[in-house]
Structures are given as structure tokens and as C-alpha cells.
Design a protein around this ligand. Structure first.
Ligand SMILES: C[S@@+](CC[C@H](N)C(=O)[O-])C[C@H]1O[C@@H](n2cnc3c(N)ncnc32)[C@H](O)[C@@H]1O
Length: 263
């Protein structure tokens, strides 16, 4: 698919085919882990009160939680129905827009979360444009957090979603060599990263002092298949994630990568 086709597929996917609002909340215990780890990384880097831009913020799960604890948040997403759902929360501004051309002045936020756009953008130039925009609207010294899907995650996800195995050898080689998504699920993927590649793309976009972590850690995959998890198992998974977040040989085996650096 070229980027125009991916962008069209994103509209259909997030307007009805997939319930993004449930993903971080009720769909699986992995969602809780992803949500809590993302929130703790943002809060540690930029304590409230602070002004945060949530790019690709979907229905506003992160935005609502940040606002509830003293942040001032603006959400941007290209899917109008998701923005309408986010706007119903009523505690933050939600607007339709694209990560590649943000309609905000330079230096207007203390932190920018760009969690979603990078794995929906197939071309390196588009990803760099989105990262440069995140850096531009973030004040100097503010923090840009960018999430990506690691290539290895696809292999773990295939255990739960056999359609992901529907690729020939060339498909698997392309995934591991250059990050081209494989499989026949409806998820309109554009690019899957390695941790090093995410770091390099952020640095090339002018973001400084970049650290890339495995967000959920290897335990995140175990939580994908359950909605209810006992608290001891959950505590073990989050402890694994925190302990090995930056470990070079482990961080790529996580549901998501999260890169953080200074604007
Ligand atoms: C899997 S959701 C992630 C939602 C949320 N940020 C989170 O972390 O849970 C990916 C989001 O990226 C948005 N998105 C896709 N392409 C985008 C683009 N070019 N600019 C901004 N957002 C985009 C989608 O509409 C969708 O809401």
C-alpha cells in the first residue's frame, strides 16, 4: 500500500473496524500495562503542571488521565469520529489534524507525545517530518516521546493472531530487514522499527539525548491474551518492564518501543 492508501485505511480502521477506546482500557491486561508505563514515563520526565500535545491521541485515554492530574492537554488525530469522542470528555481540546503538519506555533508545549503516527507512516521522510513537527512545537528543553512497534513484536503477536503468519519468506525477510509490515490483518501498518532505528530517526529530526525503551517489556506479550490478571502477575510484568526497559538485548522484544528526547 502507498501512503495515500494507508491513510484511507486508517480512517476506516479507526472509525469502526477497531475499538481503539477499548485498547488501553478493557481489551486486555496488556493495555493496562501500556497505559501505566506510558503515563509514568511522561510524568517522570515532565511533572504537572505542564502543557502537553497528544499527537495521534485517538479517543483521549491518555489525554483524559493527564488532565485529571494537573496537565493542560491538546489532542490531535486525523480520524474525525475519534476526535469527536475525545471532545466529549470535555476537559481538553481535541482537533482533527496530521502529525506531518501540526497547526500549532513553535515552542508551544512542554512535552509532546506522538504515539501512533510512526507505525502508520511507511516512508522515512514522512516519519522524519512528523518527528520534526513534534520537536518544532515543543519548547527547547521540553520532552518529545515517540512510540513505535518493534519488528520482533509481530512474531509474538502471531501466536494470538494467526493471520499475521500469512506471509511468504520474502515478507518475513522484508519485515526484519527494512520494517515492512507483514500478514493479512486489517491493521494499516506503515513501518515497524528496531530500537536503534527509532533512536536514529529521532536524532536525525533534531531531538537530542534520545533514550529508547521497551515500554511493556517481554511480560507484555503474556498479558495480551487475558483481560483479567491477578495483581501478583501484573506486578511481575511491570517490574520486568521497568527493570529491563533500556536493556539492549531485551528492549526490542516488547509490544511497543518508546523513545524520549529533548526538543
Ligand atoms: C493505535 S492508535 C494509538 C492511540 C494512542 N496514541 C495510544 O497510544 O494509545 C494510533 C493512532 O494514530 C493515529 N494516526 C495515524 N496516522 C496519523 C497521522 N499521520 N497523524 C496523526 N495521527 C495519526 C490514528 O488515527 C490512531 O488514533
Amino acid at each position: 500500500m502507498n501512503q495515500n492508501e494507508i491513510d484511507e485505511a486508517i480512517q476506516a480502521y479507526y472509525s469502526g473496524e477497531f475499538d481503539e477506546n477499548a485498547r488501553l482500557t478493557t481489551r486486555s491486561a496488556q493495555g493496562r500495562l501500556e497505559f501505566e508505563r506510558t503515563q509514568e514515563v511522561i510524568r517522570r520526565a515532565t511533572p504537572p503542571p505542564a502543557r502537553v500535545l497528544d499527537v495521534g491521541g485517538a479517543t483521549g485515554v491518555h489525554a483524559a488521565a493527564l488532565v485529571a492530574t494537573g496537565y493542560d492537554v491538546v489532542l490531535v488525530d486525523p480520524v474525525p469520529s475519534q476526535v469527536a469522542t475525545a471532545a466529549l470528555v470535555g476537559t481538553f481540546k481535541a482537533v482533527v489534524g496530521d502529525a506531518r503538519a501540526l497547526d500549532f506555533p513553535d515552542d508551544s508545549f512542554d512535552a509532546v507525545l506522538i504515539a501512533g503516527p510512526l507505525y502508520h507512516l511507511a516512508g522515512r521522510d514522512d516519519r522524519r517530518r512528523a518527528l520534526r513537527e513534534a520537536r518544532r512545537v515543543c519548547r527547547p528543553g521540553g520532552v518529545v516521546h515517540a512510540s513505535a512497534i518493534p519488528r520482533l513484536a509481530v512474531f509474538a503477536a502471531a501466536a494470538l493472531e494467526p493471520a499475521l503468519l500469512d506471509a511468504d519468506l520474502d515478507g518475513w525477510l522484508d519485515l526484519l530487514r527494512v520494517g515492512t509490515p507483514v500478514g493479512s490483518t486489517r491493521f494499516p501498518g506503515g513501518h515497524f522499527h528496531t530500537a536503534r532505528e527509532l533512536e536514529e530517526e529521532m536524532l536525525a529530526s533534531g531531538i537530542r539525548d534520545v533514550t529508547v525503551i521497551g515500554l511493556e517489556g517481554p511480560g507484555g506479550f503474556a498479558l495480551e491474551s487475558v483481560t483479567e490478571v491477578n495483581e501478583a502477575d501484573y506486578a511481575a510484568a511491570i517490574q520486568l518492564a521497568r527493570t529491563f526497559a533500556g536493556a539492549g538485548h531485551i528492549r526490542d522484544f516488547s509490544n511497543h518501543l518508546l523513545g524520549s528526547g529533548l526538543a
